[in-house]
Design a protein around this ligand. Sequence first.
Ligand SMILES: [Zn+2]
Ligand SMILES: [Zn+2]
Length: 109
Amino acid sequence: MNQNQQSQDFKCKDHPEKPVLFRCKSNACSEDRIFCLYCQKQNKHAQHYTEDVLSIDELDQFLIQKSQLSNGLISECQIQFQTTYVQFIIQVLWIRRQQIKTILSTTGT
Ligand SMILES: [Zn+2]
Ligand SMILES: [Zn+2]
């Protein structure tokens, strides 16, 4: 998997400098399905927010629970999500790890 190449697909289209924090799963939604806090503040997904929008933190919790239950993380997730969705989650978690590393390396000196 080429992480650098794939990570470009998971940036907010309107605010590419911002980390993606939310994911909309509504099939009827015409907005970008992954988006940042700025988009969220613009209420782009307000009409179906409670049903369809997940924060990445919620996905984190889901994955942590799954990884504690089983090593077969991908196959567990595939039961509930499409493969592309699982790849999305893993990619976002990887980006977040890189961001944390960057924060630690810039503030640690
Ligand atoms: Zn945005
Ligand atoms: Zn939406």
